[in-house]
Design a protein around this ligand. Structure first.
Ligand code: ADP
Ligand code: MG
Length: 294
């Protein structure tokens, strides 16, 4: 089996600013890797390049491969990138859900790369597709919220919807860019549990950028640390020394190390999220009809 992700000699300038500096890394199928680094160190830029959403500097010998297939080479996107993207899941800090649409529709958006455009525009899905969507929601513990408008969910729940979307997508690689940065510690933990679960149960390769170092240590055996666009550490999370963290984060290091991640006994994670759930919203009759009988 080819590596899940190969990045070779990737550099990226934004004007005079060097956002990625000769980054090389290889991630094997089934790994759960933390990508850490201070704000501005290049985490999002690297993930966007892996996804084929941005192109590297055209100079040099840069390349990105996902699942053994070329995403980009020497600053040019490969022709087959659409198919690779269809098998790559994204989870973003700001959830990226269509807030006015029901949760289930948001999950089924994960199928849009696989069904004809005319169907996606009508938002019509087959019973089988809906069954798959509901199953994915059940796995992230949100089946009972399927018909609620996405905006009525808490932040942590919305992030789990985004994870369910990667499940219906059958993504073999999930790139999560600071998925817990907008969440309280309890919801953050729940989202990380979910990423660890799809990694553990499905063998999905997960790369998660993270600001909280202790969470990386807790969940990910391997950490890749960026500083000013360079990989400054790539190895077992357990070997991350306080000295290296000091180098990465400067004065913020001790603060980041002390981030609370423990779940208080008896707490209800969904109630502790930053956004409070509202009442459920009406769904369209067509949508309700699709849902009935499943
Ligand atoms: P991180 O995700 O680690 O906070 P980013 O990848 O967002 O870091 O940014 C890395 C560097 O590249 C930063 O200096 C940032 O200002 C710069 N950068 C990122 N995207 C752009 C862009 N579209 N235009 C100009 N500069 C950018
Ligand atoms: Mg970022």
């Amino acid at each position: 089996m080819p590596p899940a992700i190969v990045v070779s000699n990737l550099s990226k300038h934004f004007g005079p600013r060097l956002a990625l500096n000769a980054v090389s890394l290889t991630i094997d199928p089934g790994e759960l890797v933390a990508l850490i680094g201070a704000s501005g160190s290049g985490k999002s830029t690297l993930l966007r390049h892996i996804a084929g959403l941005a192109t590297a500097d055209p100079t040099g010998s840069s390349a990105v491969e996902v699942g053994g297939r070329c995403v980009q080479r020497m600053g040019r996107i490969a022709p087959g990138v659409r198919d690779i993207r269809a098998a790559t899941g994204f989870v973003f800090q700001q959830f990226n859900l269509v807030e006015r649409l029901p949760v289930l529709t948001n999950v089924l958006v994960g199928l849009l790369n696989r069904i004809p455009v005319w169907r996606s525009s009508l938002r019509q899905f087959t019973r089988e597709e809906i069954r798959v969507g509901l199953q994915a929601l059940a796995r992230v513990g949100l089946a009972e919220h399927a018909l609620q408008r996405a905006s009525t969910l808490s932040g942590g729940q919305q992030q789990r919807v985004a994870i369910a979307r990667t499940l219906v997508q059958r993504a073999s690689v999930v790139l999560a860019d600071e998925p817990i940065a907008s969440l309280d510690p309890t919801s953050a933990r729940r989202v990380m549990d979910m990423l660890a679960k799809i990694n553990g149960e499905d063998g999905t390769t997960v790369v998660v950028s993270i600001h909280q170092v202790d969470i990386a240590l807790h969940y990910c055996r391997r950490t890749i640390a960026l500083s000013h666009g360079r990989v400054v550490f790539d190895g077992p999370s357990s070997s991350l020394s306080p000295q290296l963290l000091q180098k990465l984060y400067g004065d913020e290091a001790s603060e980041l190390l002390n981030t609370a991640t423990s779940v208080p006994a008896g707490s209800r994670p969904d109630r502790d999220a930053i956004m409070s759930p509202g009442e459920s919203s009406p769904v369209s009759p067509e949508f309700a009809a699709l849902f009935r009988g499943n």
